[in-house]
Design a protein around this ligand. Sequence first.
Ligand code: COA
Length: 444
Amino acid sequence: MKALEGVRILDFTHVQSGPTCTQLLAYLGADVIKVERPGVGDITRGQLRDVPNVDSLYFTMLNGNKRSITIDSKHPKGKEILDRLIKHCDVLVENFAPGALDRMGLTWDHIHSLNPRMIVASVKGFGPGPYEDCKVYENVAQCAGGSASTTGFRDGPPLVTGAQIGDSGTGLHLALGIVAALYQRNRTGRGQQVLAAMQDGVLNLCRVKLRDQQRLKHGPLTEYSQHGQGIPFGEAVPRAGNDSGGGQPGWILKCKGWESDPDSYIYFITQAPVWEPICDVIGEPGWKTHPDYATPKARLPRLAQIFARIEEWTMSKTKFEVMNLCNAVDIPVGPILSMKEIAEDESLRRTGTIVEVDHPMRGKYLTVGNPIKLSDSPAEVTRAPLLGEHTEEILRNVLSYGDEEIAVIEASGAIGETRPKRRIEPADSAIRAAATKKFNGRTR
Ligand code: COA
């Protein structure tokens, strides 16, 4: 049995933030029915395509373990099907632009009158306030949530992060809200609305920077290297490069091979309890007792010099050698792993964090499995659905429509005409090969 077995999700999500949420719920065992516009589907199916006419990795890596049904939500017959789906589902998840769900006629009152137990969960860019009507993408949220102003180097522009904290981060927040609402519903019998605003989600992940903003009133942020460089602080938390903010100063240092390998670096943390082993490892045993280096307070204004010395040592070793030597004496360090190294990492595959799945049109691809491991609810990762692949199956088996009713629905145009009449199995390698050949021919 899976943790969320028996929970059925009406998944009205698209792009990244919503789909990450529902994919996680699917990994946890929920039956996720993704509703897509006939003939079009989630816009990401066609975005950043690497193989022509094949659902993109953008889509397939965010929509595993789901079923796809195509319904025109503005068509009268489509509305009828949706009403029936609402009665058969536990949670509706959406991340449309503000007001779009209401414009479809799916207001909270309407949904709640059909199914008082329904939980309606939404991602929006902003919570109630001056920006509540704005459309928002990842980097807008990173900027509005305090991440960009605190990321980068002090003398450079604000930076966005590689981690999708606005989209995937908010999806994760929403998933937690949904699970909590399901738990509450067990006791009250009532559904409720759950909102995760992207600005709020990013700010939640940046809470240490709001901490530092308040600390600024009481003096300089001594663990920021600009303090040691004698550069005064302004009114707002500055960008701190790679300084770590937890009172355990750390920096990114070059390792052997950095001249040609852009990822030949290591994050090195001068954790106070292991200062003595650090001095031994880098060949500065005198620093253990020297008044300029022996205490964390004495070291703070000298971080640049200390890290320059440590870097002399790390540059004589590969990042993995540094990792092994330091971990042997409990010094916390982290090699900068490239995406190539991560994709090839056997241990991540063994734990199911990276999973290879097979897709009838694109062949094998890697995806990120469930990063949350439950001992009694193993996640089995399956491929993303083709557009409308499960339309008939859902109409028949979930909504109990009979042959005649399905014929009427098909004739109405509410579910479109493009859904596959049959599942395309891996045996259809000819389709895949032709697509790949065409693509290779184009790019050469
Ligand atoms: N049948 C018929 N119409 C459908 C449909 C279906 N199955 N599914 C979607 N639509 C319609 C919607 O009703 C809407 O129409 P309307 O504007 O006439 O009411 C339309 O498709 C487009 O929806 P919208 O959400 O406005 O898409 P967009 O591409 O213009 O905007 C975002 C994309 C992401 C900017 C916007 O959805 C948004 O701000 N979402 C909230 C924040 C968010 O999640 N951002 C992160 C994205 S990763």
